[in-house]
Design a protein around this ligand. Structure first.
Ligand code: NAP
Length: 254
């Protein structure tokens, strides 16, 4: 899928991996819509790259629908690529030391990360299906964001790993379903990246994390995620799988 001249929608585009991707796709000539909860940050990025900002909570299906309407109205066409980066990182024991359960956090995590991704993927695919096919019969591509925690979730990551595991698990059936429409579905499972989500960690925790990254022995840079998103959008034979992007990290139990 050509990026130049086509509309791309990036969720969570006001920060971190989404922001880097929005900037990268705009630099390649894409017309970029930045969907974020935080409209001020989304606007700041959009103003910088000549894109548009749309406010929505991805877990709210009708808000996501309205965000796609706004994108079509302002950019003149539905997105041919959708990159789902909106998400939250959470940590809690299933049964806390004081016996407190974390069911409320589990529900919130799954609602934002999984239902949010599903909402955006559903509305994205429905709009792509209405577009004319391009070369190879391709209409569009959806890139979802899982996490290495989907395979090696640490203690306290049950909710997060469940939400990210489901994103990886639905990639193949979604790609199979959308194949007849010429829509590809991929997911990226990032290791540990230098974003605001990670910046809240105490220094010693961050150093411990880096010690577990074989090479390069540092946190990932958001532009490295953006490079993979570019490759997935551009390479028509990438479909139905999850790619780890992690410097060979395997998370330890805790
Ligand atoms: P980030 O810097 O916190 O960016 C996430 C963006 O998504 C923020 O702008 C956030 O807005 C927005 N967002 C959160 N909930 C939303 C909602 N319900 N609706 C719309 N927007 C929402 O995080 P990041 O590190 O770039 O993470 C991006 C994705 O990569 C996430 O799905 C994360 O789980 C995944 N990931 C990150 C890492 C890492 O090491 N950074 C590793 C593996 C996977 P607010 O700030 O207003 O909430």
């Amino acid at each position: 899928m050509r990026i130049q001249g086509n509309v791309a929608l990036v969720t969570g585009g006001g920060s971190g991996l989404g922001e880097a991707t929005a900037r990268h796709l705009a630099g390649l000539g894409g017309k970029v819509a930045i969907l974020d909860f935080d409209i001020e940050r989304a606007k700041a990025v959009a103003d910088d790259i000549g894109g548009i900002a749309v406010q929505a909570d991805v877990s709210d299906e009708s808000a996501v629908c309205a965000a796609f309407d706004q994108t079509v109205a302002q950019l003149g066409a539905a997105p041919r690529s959708v990159v789902n980066c909106a998400g939250i990182g959470t940590a809690a024991r299933i049964v806390g030391r004081d016996g407190k359960l974390s069911i409320d956090l589990f529900e919130r995590t799954v609602r934002v990360n999984l239902f949010g991704t599903y909402n955006v993927m559903s509305h994205g695919a429905r709009r792509m299906a209405e577009l004319e096919p391009l070369e190879d019969g391709e209409r569009g591509v959806i890139v979802n964001t899982s996490s290495v925690a989907y395979q090696d979730g640490q203690l306290g990551q049950s909710a997060y790993a469940a939400s990210k595991g489901a994103i990886a698990a639905m990639c193949l059936p979604a790609a199979r379903e959308f194949a007849k429409l010429g829509i590809r579905v991929m997911s990226i499972a990032p290791g540990l990246f230098q974003t605001p989500m990670m910046e809240g960690l105490p220094d010693e925790v961050a150093a411990g994390i880096v010690a577990n990254i074989p090479f390069p022995a540092r946190l990932g840079e958001p532009r490295e995620y953006a490079l993979l998103a570019e490759q997935i959008i551009s390479n028509p034979f990438l479909n139905g799988t999850t790619i780890r992007l992690d410097g060979a990290t395997r998370l330890p139990p805790r």
